[in-house]
Design a protein around this ligand. Sequence first.
Ligand code: IPM
Ligand code: MG
Length: 368
Amino acid sequence: MPKPILKFAVLAGDYIGPEVMAEALRVLDHVARLEGLVLSHQAADVGGAGIDRHGQALPESTLRVCEQADAILFGSVGGPKWEKLPPKEQPERAALLPLRRHFTLFANIRPGLLYRELTDASPLKSERIPDGIDIVCIRELTGGLYFGKPKETTTLPDGDVQAVDTMVYKKSEIERILQVAITTARARKRKLCSVDKANVLETSVLWRKTVTDYCAAHAPDLALSHMYVDNAAMQLARDPNQFDVFVTENMFGDILSDEMAVICGSLGMLSSASLGAGKNSLGLPFGLYEPAGGTAPDIAGKGIANPCAQILSVALMLRHSFGLETTATRLEAAVKKAVTSGTRTGDIAFGRPSVGTRAMADAVIANL
Ligand code: IPM
Ligand code: MG
């Protein structure tokens, strides 16, 4: 068997982004050596680093690097240094949204995972989550309010000012995200909850009908349920494990995935995948893989950030864009073993002794 070449772009970004990225790449190097995988990655500037060096959060040159790769490993972008910029130029928005649009990254997969050993990290009472949390949010990422047209602010004849965002969905877009949700649910407990606001929104009425019809025809093996988004927000806080996989539109998914992140305790443990509509040179989905946590400017430069989310994002990249399920699982197991056997960065230490970014990565490597 020829050794697969893993060709990916590395967009580390700002503050702790490069710190955790360096450790994730070191872990990946180690796995690659163990398994005979060949790495070919190229770094490029993004976010604040892009603004500072090229005058743009997503420089053309960075986009070219991404286009030549089979996947993007993303760090995180933004921070106080660029907060004074107008909203449209903020690193988060000006880097992520164009990347999503350019590569049609329509499927955002966010695992909500909290190991049983870390239930203390959750703001939920431990008796509500005796075994931790293990759910997945599938968020549609290129439609709805984020990209719908018209999207504008106008001054009305009477001098008042009006702003419009448009929530729009096509049946084909709903079916496309649903297919990802079905695949995800089939690899787990075959339980899928579709979240909408069909009691109020036209797009949600189409969403619910499309999900119902499509699942009846193509996924009768799944236990399908529907829930209004306001109730879903409540149920997540009450009993998160009643969900296994839930699928929802862009804006609802943005909000619910943050709620899911907070009940899962540490942002330093959460990864995400954004899969594209296009295939990479291996015939697998092109995707962008990033930790959920952000740039954490308050701890940047101290070498104490938790690299686990970035390492777990590497695992998602191996699984989805390179078809290396066994290697991905191996990496995930090593992170779990390192953390549950007691190696902890400050965010998940709860008063116990904690280690730094590098030592945390060393522990993962030792458990591979
Ligand atoms: C996320 C973020 C982005 C979003 C922002 C930074 C544009 O909140 O990935 O969830 O709203 O999608
Ligand atoms: Mg968000």
